[in-house]
Design a protein around this ligand. Sequence first.
Ligand code: MEV
Length: 303
Amino acid sequence: MLEASAPGSVFLFGEHAVVYGHPAIVVAIDEKIHVTVAPNKKGVVRVTSVFGSQKIPLGRLRGKPKYVLAAIRKIFELTGKPIGLNIKIKSKLPPASGLGTSSAVTVATLKAASKLLGLSLSKNELVFLAREVEKEIQGRASLAGVSAATLGGILEIRGDRYRELPYRDFDVVIGYSGIPSRTARMIQKVWKLRENNRVIVDTIFEAIGELAEAGAIYLRKGEWLKLGMLMNINHALLGAMRVVHPRVEKMVKVSRDAGAYGAKLTGAGGGGCMIALIKDKKPLKELRRLGFRAFCTKPWGRS
Ligand code: MEV
């Protein structure tokens, strides 16, 4: 049996725009998804998670859970020898919540299954293989979630390149709207908006890219107030693209009113989560008092 884990992630800047090649800053968080893989002799892949247990015959590795099965198919393609597997997934993160859980489960599955089958993959190969899996499921995918899940730390993404930024210790509160949302649907929504308003949406993307560039400088210097202000602007631009759910909007306002440096949607939107950069626990307490599911976390993994 082999076990592997990978962290979830949040965007300080740049979700959606990053899919079109603009810079983004993504942070691996101190919450992981754990995957164990063990061989079986039954000619099936059995996947067990909070959603229950599914048994899929080796000759028909399609359907749900999509990311796990697509990752296993990739490994079988590379090894050329499909075998029966029992896969167990453990996670405390809410699924489909914008916290990079699809990337984390994909990376952890690829890591565990490749090791079990004697396939040696470098971190870079893992990043690009995981991105292939995401593209297969979502149509489009950036390197953000998969590079954070593979390398940890704080990363700058630019098209097909990722770069580790120096580690900084800061606290964020994550608030969950309680509304799951499919990344593929939101990517499609933004794609359509761009098709109908190319110049305007590209201008928004450009501005988001500029925020990521400036954000990287403030992050390096630990200028949290300025960083927070840029996050607020990024959030407004995501709002302009209509991906911010009213419950996320509410959590953002609550966090800012409780003294957060800045707060924004994180991930694809349409529900999901917000992150607030905080100096104390007041935003966390206030979100919880109002009945939101919220927790504090930090960047995970030194780079
Ligand atoms: C989803 O978590 C973030 C998006 O930018 C998609 C991606 O980066 O692949 C919407």
